[in-house]
Design a protein around this ligand. Structure first.
Ligand SMILES: NC(=O)c1ccc[n+]([C@@H]2O[C@H](COP(=O)([O-])OP(=O)(O)OC[C@H]3O[C@@H](n4cnc5c(N)ncnc54)[C@H](O)[C@@H]3O)[C@@H](O)[C@H]2O)c1
Ligand SMILES: [Zn+2]
Length: 364
């Protein structure tokens, strides 16, 4: 088992990563100060429940914990006000109080939803992230929790840190190949923005990783989380440097928006976005020649797209880019890479360069 510490001004917690951790959950919760008399409320989705709900529920009850649970439909639509309200009702009915503890068992959807329930129920109760997707190495760390509104994704949310992250890598064995590959996009992002040696390691170990060797998955998650922890520890509420975690996301979000979140997974969209950002980086930083090719090669190894399958209108993508949080009256801001393994928030990017990058990734 590997352990990373997240040290924040108000609160610190640990991220435990390894095989067989769900089986040890009762002991791990007690180690984190949860007592048998504290009611547990587990939130998961219907696909995760098939594999993991019963073993987790049974081992916690057999260890003397009182546990209630709720299963929501899988998918982004569960990050809704309606699901949130229904979960709050279930917590009240189960008699949850300020000492109760929420367990978020699932991917980023469950982590964001259950985390938001925890952040707001009785003004905030303890919760643990129990990630079951590779992408959730990103979403379970850093304390951003949220639900969606019909007019905006993640529009109701909070910065609310878990009491711990307990990451059983064995759960990744049942994840679909597409979801696994999608998670690698964020793993690769963490290397590209912060840690060149991690990028090299990903190249070297791609076969073991795609074959889901638990030792290699543990190491990849540990190294990727370490980057996220380093960034978040410096800027918990995104006043500055935390924005570098959005590398590839500006274009990625535009692709997701233009296709109404139906065509590409988040990882696939940011994979294409990172190719666009790499290309712009090369144009602005002669020191970083070859970045686009190298980025494309690594993403391709992990089965990720480097171009749009079907061209999307450049103007529509530009409209989304204008709505990006980082876009101000003085122009476009992108996270770009002056050298591999480092990025910088770069302002005043000319529109012409962005349009060229969009054409490069297949816009028309
Ligand atoms: N809070 C943050 O900082 C942050 C960061 C990145 C993404 N996110 C959010 O994360 C969400 C995406 O997360 P995701 O990609 O994990 O998606 P997800 O939670 O929807 O999981 C993907 C699919 O895999 C299934 N699944 C999950 N674990 C499984 C397992 N072990 N075996 C079999 N099937 C399994 C789920 O049922 C679902 O159908 C988005 O809502 C995004 O906004 C949040
Ligand atoms: Zn992302």
């Amino acid at each position: 088992m590997r352990k990373l510490e997240v040290s924040l001004p108000e609160q610190s917690y640990s991220i435990l990563i390894g095989s067989g951790l769900l089986a040890k959950l009762p002991d791990l919760l007690e180690m984190h100060g949860v007592q048998k008399q504290d009611r547990l409320f587990l939130i998961t989705d219907d696909q995760v429940a098939i594999h993991y709900l019963e073993p987790v529920r049974r081992s916690l009850s057999e260890s003397g914990f009182s546990i209630n649970f709720a299963v929501v439909p899988h998918g982004e639509q569960s990050k809704s006000v309606a699901t949130y309200e229904s979960l709050i009702g279930k917590l009240i009915e189960a008699g949850c109080n300020r000492k109760s503890v929420i367990l978020a068992l699932g991917g980023g959807v469950i982590g964001d939803l259950a985390g938001f329930v925890a952040a707001t129920y009785m003004r905030g109760i303890r919760f643990f992230q129990l990630p079951t997707t590779l992408l959730a190495h990103d979403s379970s760390v850093g304390g951003k929790v949220a639900i969606n509104h019909a007019l905006g994704k993640n529009i109701m949310g909070a910065f609310y840190q878990p009491k711990g992250v307990i990451y059983d890598v064995d759960t990744l064995q049942t994840l679909s190949m597409r979801e696994l590959q999608s998670g690698f996009a964020e793993v690769i992002k963490h290397g590209l923005i912060w840690d060149r040696s991690f990028v090299d390691w990903l190249f070297e170990n791609k076969d073991e990783l795609l074959q889901r060797n638990p030792l290699y998955l543990t190491e990849a998650i540990e190294r990727a989380c370490a980057v996220k922890v380093a960034v978040v520890s410096q800027d918990e509420t995104e006043q500055g440097i935390r924005a570098i975690l959005n590398y590839g996301h500006t274009i990625g979000h535009a692709i997701e928006g233009t296709t109404s979140y139906t065509t590409y997974t988040h990882g696939e969209a940011i994979s294409i976005g990172m190719v666009g950002s790499a290309w712009m980086s090369e144009q602005l930083h002669s020191s970083n020649q070859g970045l686009t090719e190298m980025t494309g090669e690594l993403l391709t190894h992990f089965g990720l797209p480097t171009k749009l399958h079907t061209p999307l209108p450049e103007d529509e993508l530009m409209n989304y880019l204008r709505r990006d949080k980082k876009h101000t009256s003085t122009g476009f801001t992108f996270v770009l890479s002056p050298t591999c393994g480092q990025v910088r928030i770069t302002e005043h990017i000319p529109e012409g360069l962005i349009r060229q990058a969009l054409r490069r990734i297949g816009a028309c």
